[in-house]
Write a protein that binds this ligand. Structure first.
Ligand code: 4AD
Length: 431
């Protein structure tokens, strides 16, 4: 391993220190008898100056370098207010690991092309910033979950049945049987609460969704929590505490990266503090109707309706008490109104909409069987799941957070595909 100093760690206070850097050529320009290279690595950038007077060999090599060439450079730190970071490195030695003559991504590259060469697009510090924010959001989630006594579990991805409706299942051949890619770990997490009580998992979830919206991927990272002894109101508290902690830590640790995308526009992130506003589905419909949206009680809210609703809020908020007909079979019927279920979605402001879907689960065996049949599914396929309501059933609740949707909102991205390393959509399976 190369014993190197990271670009972002080169500061004016290090004036006179000898350093070794390793990274990629981000920018290059020649002025007189000098070559200025902006070197980048995972930490950020630093300016490196090659001058004929200091080292003719290094200067000559530097002149030949193309953008994205990989290099190891040795030199001396010099404080310089004109350098982008207030300090630069005067190069004495350079080892060219690979000289790149022509990097395929140029300034005028289209967005489609960037996705075609996503493996090279990942070189960009602006793309790296997204991945850093995503990693920090998950790091924060882990911190919060650990501090609050939640067990991480590792559910299967190859499954035999639907959680979120058969229409979006990816089917595959499993020897002489049929298997599916998991849409959600929920049913398995429900099984795990009988010994661990509060569990969570982070898994890829798959949805064969043909809908080409800015918030749908066919494969996304799903953070799911499930807890025994909690009702809907308890789990909503968990959701707002977790999400506000994640956003708060991202603001604390990744301010620079967030500002790259949001500039000074941090108001909604700063307002992500519990308690989040809560409105009922009934109220949501009234608000939408009063704003001229054509929607009737009982209909589902899509991205367009949610966008209108978000205009009313400056922080994430909840919509609870959805009609049974538009929600999944496992949600508990509202004892005070059997037309509804004890479900709540968390919506992000600024037009983003749903980032979390959650509910209290139906814990009554007979009601659950009835719901499975009503949805046109075969209770035989859910025998093991129904067993959970036979042997020590308890009230319990849980939710799923789409990590890319949270990242997209935090960074105000125009599509969730920019929030994932290699997006999978109906038209994209490569690279
Ligand atoms: O609302 P969903 O479908 O709920 C479930 O899957 C529950 N079984 C989760 C649970 O209770 N354990 O999905 C949960 C979240 C959504 O709010 C959204 O953020 C994200 O997962 N999501 C998607 N993200 C990207 N692309 C898709 N196609 C998504 N579908 C859902």
């Amino acid at each position: 391993m190369i014993d190197k100093v990271y670009c972002a760690d080169v500061t004016p206070e290090m004036e006179g220190e000898h350093v070794k850097l390793a990274g990629w050529v981000y920018r290059k320009r020649e002025v007189g008898k000098k070559v200025f290279i902006v070197l980048r690595d995972s930490s950020g950038i630093v300016q490196v100056v090659f001058s004929k007077d200091l080292s003719e060999d290094a200067y000559r090599l530097a002149r030949t370098l193309g953008i994205e060439s990989s290099v190891v450079i040795e030199g001396t730190v010099k404080a310089d207010p004109r350098a982008p970071t207030g300090a630069e490195v005067r190069a004495e030695k350079i080892e060219v690991i690979q000289n790149v003559e022509f990097f395929p991504i140029t300034k005028d590259a289209s967005r489609d092309f960037l996705l075609d060469v996503r493996h090279l697009h990942l070189h960009s510090p602006k793309v790296a910033a997204v991945m850093k924010v995503k990693a920090t959001l998950m790091q924060a989630a882990r911190e919060w979950l650990l501090q609050n006594g939640w067990y991480e579990v590792f559910p299967p991805i190859l499954v035999t049945g639907a959680v979120e409706g058969g229409a979006t299942l990816f089917k595959l051949k499993y020897f002489d049987k049929t298997a599916y890619l998991s849409q959600s770990a929920q049913l398995y997490l429900e099984a795990a609460i009988f010994s661990l009580e509060k569990v969570w998992s982070l898994t890829p979830s798959f949805r064969a969704e043909k809908s080409r919206t800015r918030r749908h991927l066919t494969e996304f990272w799903h953070l799911e929590l499930e807890a025994a002894w909690m009702d809907l109101w308890d789990i909503m508290k968990v959701e707002e505490e977790l999400v506000s902690y994640m956003v708060g830590r991202a603001l604390e640790l990744r301010r620079k990266e967030i500002e790259l995308y949001r500039k000074e526009d941090l108001k909604t992130l700063k307002k992500t503090v519990p308690p989040f506003p809560r409105i009922s589905y009934d109220e949501a419909i009234e608000i939408l109707q009063s704003k001229g949206v054509r929607i009737e009680w009982g209909e589902d809210m899509g991205a367009d309706e949610e966008r209108v609703l978000t205009e009313e809020f400056e922080s994430p908020f909840f919509v609870y008490g959805y009609p049974k007909g538009i929600k999944a079979f496992y949600m508990k019927e509202d004892p005070s109104d059997p037309r509804k279920v004890l479900a709540a979605d968390m919506l992000a402001p600024e037009g983003y909409g749903e980032v979390i879907g959650g509910s209290q689960r139906e814990d009554d065996y007979d009601k659950l069987v009835r719901r499975i049949i009503e949805e046109g599914m075969d209770p035989k396929n859910y025998e093991w799941y129904l067993d959970l309501r036979k042997y020590g059933s308890v009230p319990h609740s849980g939710f799923g957070l789409g990590l890319e949707r949270l990242v997209a909102w935090v960074l105000k991205l125009d599509h969730v595909r920019w929030a994932t390393l290699f997006p999978r959509t109906p038209s994209r399976l490569y690279p």
